[in-house]
Design a protein around this ligand. Structure first.
Ligand SMILES: C[S@@+](CC[C@H](N)C(=O)[O-])C[C@H]1O[C@@H](n2cnc3c(N)ncnc32)[C@H](O)[C@@H]1O
Length: 233
């Protein structure tokens, strides 16, 4: 007998691939305590800043955490409006503490494993160390949704945790982060850099490249070409 779709959904077992610990306050606060100790992250953030236009009117930060990256980008973009999106109650609380008095920043609670809510268009979409927490197929569809949100000429900059090409390199990465294998975040769904760059190109992003990389940390970026500007600049 065919069951109605809603009942079929309810009988599904939770998929371990969907594990995401980021709604736990303990997990979020533990990250915030260690965020400054991630090796080379400031280099990756500095590289990202280079690709975000100074005159951007609107910028979306996907998986904002406590607003660390947003603060960096905001510092020398005094007229830009920002949307910070996250789903962790602890991170949302930190975002509200930081930005409630700032009329240029809107905080949007949302689980980006689901389609993004209507947010309008953006001159840049930024993200750091967030999108690798959703399944691969959702990474791709999220990249496509972000492409749809970009204004012509807009840029997507994703400072991301990608997979290592070999187990040995992965173990070396964990060691360089001061982590034992059992301490690795079970929410991670790491995917190789090349696959993600290929997706960005297939979706229609132009000027796609990895502009910075240290071990498993990489800056992926692409532009939504402005068809009114054939030189794409
Ligand atoms: C490693 S932290 C990075 C935070 C911030 N971007 C930074 O660089 O410090 C990952 C962030 O992604 C958020 N996140 C993970 N999965 C998410 C999801 N499905 N929807 C919304 N936010 C998510 C977490 O709550 C957390 O704030």
């Amino acid at each position: 007998m065919d069951l109605p779709a809603a009942i079929v959904e309810n009988t599904e077992m939770p998929n371990p691939d969907d594990r995401n610990l980021w709604t736990s306050s303990e997990h979020a606060l533990d990250y915030l305590h260690k965020a400054d100790t991630i090796p080379h992250r400031t280099e990756g953030e500095a590289a990202l800043l280079e690709f975000v236009p100074r005159d951007a009117g609107r910028i979306l930060d996907v998986g904002s955490g406590d607003g660390r990256l947003l603060m960096l980008v905001r510092a020398d973009r005094p007229r830009t409006e920002f949307v910070a999106l996250d789903f962790s109650p602890a991170m949302l609380e930190a975002l509200h503490r930081r930005f409630d008095c700032d009329a240029r920043v809107t905080v949007v609670p949302h689980d980006f494993s689901n389609p993004l809510p209507p947010l309008g268009h953006f001159d840049a979409v930024i993200s750091s160390f967030a999108i690798h927490h959703v399944r691969h197929e959702r990474k791709r569809s999220l990249y496509a949704e972000i492409f749809g949100l970009l204004s012509p000429g807009g840029v997507f900059c994703n400072l991301e945790h990608v997979s290592s090409p070999t187990d040995q390199l992965h173990r070396q990465f964990l060691r360089s982060m001061g982590l034992r294998p059992e301490e690795e975040d079970p929410s991670n769904k790491l995917l190789d850099l090349e696959q993600q760059l290929t997706w960005l190109r297939e979706i229609g992003y132009a000027e796609v490249d990895c502009h910075w990389k240290w071990r498993e940390l990489a800056l992926l970026a692409g532009v939504k070409r402005d068809s009114r500007n054939l030189r794409g600049e």
